[in-house]
Design a protein around this ligand. Structure first.
Ligand SMILES: NC(=O)c1ccc[n+]([C@@H]2O[C@H](COP(=O)([O-])OP(=O)(O)OC[C@H]3O[C@@H](n4cnc5c(N)ncnc54)[C@H](OP(=O)(O)O)[C@@H]3O)[C@@H](O)[C@H]2O)c1
Length: 245
């Protein structure tokens, strides 16, 4: 029986590259996401299975459970993004707008992973892997009022706690903190813009943007038997930008 993997947000960007890599490594992969059409197109291209659901919606997760594998060897909590990039900032003094933005960032980047993992914990195989995609922003902070970075910081902290909860079952739990990764929908159509892109690359020690495959390769290693004693870690895949300049 091949090992199974679930990659949330697997229809685009980093998740798509992770799904491609795990499938190439022989795993039976399911990708998830909210946009059914995007998901199904990617699934067809990669030869993996698609199950559409919103990872931050309890009813949607519960409804999807019967379609998900009965045993999960690798769970990749990749769904998320910086909500602030896709909506106007709340005006000064707009506490209701501010609350909505913070709640949306936490739901997208933290609660989605917590709910999906909790729903699938009974199905995690002995020796299983939970790998969450955090961010350099969880260490360095983010613009847009800081909610995205705070949500990713919480994801990193939860990763450590969960490692101790699941360690007795032989499950490792780690996070990956990417820096700027090209070829994703993270920055919306057109990417971050030339000036911002140059600034992001200037932060790195190696002078290059990250690629979805950089993250996928790290996921593949963490999912491998060789990484069995690595748990409760945040692995920085950001060309050293984590240290700042
Ligand atoms: N690109 C970067 O520079 C960068 C840097 C650091 C960290 N990250 C993190 O990397 C992860 C992947 O992002 P990406 O860069 O690959 O951007 P992306 O192309 O926008 O991918 C995000 C994916 O997550 C899915 N998604 C978002 N919210 C979801 C939800 N509630 N339920 C289910 N699926 C959901 C999206 O699909 P639907 O819209 O169809 O649901 C999309 O396929 C994110 O967690 C992001 O925060 C990215």
């Amino acid at each position: 029986m091949p090992r199974t993997a679930i990659v949330t947000g697997g229809g685009t960007g980093i998740g798509r590259a992770v799904a491609r890599r795990l499938a190439a490594d022989g795993l039976d992969v399911v990708i998830t996401g909210r946009r059914k059409q995007v998901l199904e197109q990617t699934a067809e291209e990669l030869g993996v299975r698609a199950v559409a659901f919103d990872a931050s919606d309890v009813a949607a997760i519960e409804a999807a459970l019967p379609a998900l594998p009965g045993q999960v060897d690798v769970l990749v909590n990749n769904a998320g993004g910086n909500i602030a990039r896709h909506r106007p900032a709340p005006a000064e003094g707009d506490l209701a707008g501010l609350r909505d933005l913070w709640a949306a960032q936490l739901e997208s980047n933290l609660i989605s992973a917590v709910l999906t993992t909790s729903a699938l914990t009974p199905r995690l195989a002995v020796g299983g892997r939970v790998i969450s995609i955090g961010s350099i922003a969880g260490a360095r902070g983010s613009g847009g009022g800081g909610a995205y970075g705070a949500a990713k910081a919480a994801l990193h902290t939860w990763t450590g706690d969960l490692a101790f909860e699941l360690g007795g079952r032989g499950v490792t739990v780690n996070a990956i903190a990417p820096g700027y990764i090209e070829d994703t929908e993270f920055f919306g159509a057109g990417g971050p813009g030339t000036e911002r892109r140059t600034w992001l690359i200037d932060q790195t020690a190696n002078g290059r943007p990250g690629r979805p495959e950089d993250v996928a390769d790290t996921v593949a290693f963490l999912a491998s038997p060789e990484a069995g004693n690595i748990t409760a870690q945040v692995i920085h895949v950001n060309g050293g930008a984590f240290r700042g300049r």
